[in-house]
Write a protein that binds this ligand. Sequence first.
Ligand code: GDP
Ligand code: MG
Length: 338
Amino acid sequence: MKLIIQIPCFNEAEALPVTLRELPREVAGFDCVEWLVINDGSSDGTAEVALQNGVDHIVNFTGNQGLARAFLAGLDSCIKLGADVIINTDADNQYMAADIPLLVAPILAGTADVVIGARPIGEIASFSLLKKLLQKAGSAVVRFVSNTGISDAPSGFRAITREAALRFNVFNDYTYTLETIIQAGQKGIATVSVPIRVNSTMRPSRLVKSNTSYIRKSLITIVRMFVVYKAFRFFMAIGLSALLLGVLGGLRYLGYYLSGNGAGHVQSLILSSILLGVGFQTILTAFLADLLAVNRRLMEDVQYRTKKLEYPDLTSPRSGVKKIPGKKPLYSNRDCVR
Ligand SMILES: Nc1nc2c(ncn2[C@@H]2O[C@H](COP(=O)(O)OP(=O)(O)O)[C@@H](O)[C@H]2O)c(=O)[nH]1
Ligand SMILES: [Mg+2]
């Protein structure tokens, strides 16, 4: 069994050596542990620092593509490199690497395919009250949309099996954290939370630049999650509300009309017909969105099967394919600079 620890990095030359010093080279339950860094167009020599500090694989982006793409490219490379389990962690040594065995335990026990490290958010001194509240609100929305019980959805400390990694897509450019949990929930990928510890803060967050941008990005992310993953309910709720208001307006006009006062209330008749039209159209949109969602699920299934063909799982005892003694796996990492 191979474990690969991946770290998405954007200009992390200073923090990375500290993080790497804490990373394990051996984890119980795995034959080998490798490290992989995704260097997302850094200009401070992050890739060189990573290699000097023992990183085994580097995925290099020439320009900055953002955390979500970096995360997915990392998963893809780990799959190519034959990882059975992938750990994702931050470059700023935020998460305690000593808790990696806790993260992989449910996977080794065969009870989960995705394990999210839950931080003690209430106790983290460096988080403002607003950040704590937004992180909790984000987690609550994710729990509702994904039907999982994840307590800390924005956590970047996670363990993912090869099977789960083959199935993830992220449509949001900002962060992968919330969307991957929703997908896990909707695709029936067993996801659990385990409590983990955090280290003291080394530097301000790169992702949360200011409270206003954090609120704006969180709200946009949450609305988009509803539109993409609960499309039918989202449009149906809007359509039914407009329809209901239209019916109420129509009844109001009818009341006036029957009592002989209809002439002075034509405006409510016009508003009511507009609302009825909008409501009807939005309900039709809900059905179209549902058809698109079915289509997306079919395409994701095709994508999963294509990836399975592209990266056959020859080494994993989980795959049910017998390991051939003395044979090296067939993977090669195109993105690796070494
Ligand atoms: N690939 C990539 N990684 C990023 C980018 N911005 C931040 N990161 C990485 O994402 C991880 C989390 O960032 P961090 O600033 O610790 O955010 P926080 O933990 O959410 O406050 C770190 O490893 C960063 O290097 C980016 O634009 N691209
Ligand atoms: Mg961090």
